[in-house]
Design a protein around this ligand. Sequence first.
Ligand SMILES: [Zn+2]
Length: 165
Amino acid sequence: MSTLGIYCADCGTECERTTGREAGARDPDLIDAQVWACTVCPEAWAPCAADGNPIGLPAGAETRHARAVMRERQIERLIGEALRHCPNGRPIAEERVASFLAHELRLPLAEAAIDRLDLTWCRRAWLALKGASYADAVRHAQTFRPRKLVPVTLGAPSSRDGAAA
Ligand SMILES: [Zn+2]
């Protein structure tokens, strides 16, 4: 079991696997389910996936709410734009929006997942997406072909490329 470093998004404390009931979850579906919970913050948890790992990072109600609002008002708004033109295009639209958001936040893709964001990052994500349209995400996808090993070279011109002039 590789469960190194599951930390609470709100306070940074290492989390433990427990039941929804012990974590303070009130959702009937979660009470008997396994969750990852912060040992310090009240009602701070993340659902547990079938493989035992958390889905996102555990966080308290306020952060979870901010993530949900973010997803609903910004992410789904952009995906909705895509689906108007291509009703079956959800998977690619989600991928493009996620990649665009990661780029805007200057975060590696995995860390820019909405379920991992804390309140500060939720606010940044909101600001990054609120003026954006799906066309921006498409433009980003066309400009930045995924280069797996170099997620964060943005903003700092690489000296290794030499002077191209
Ligand atoms: Zn915590």
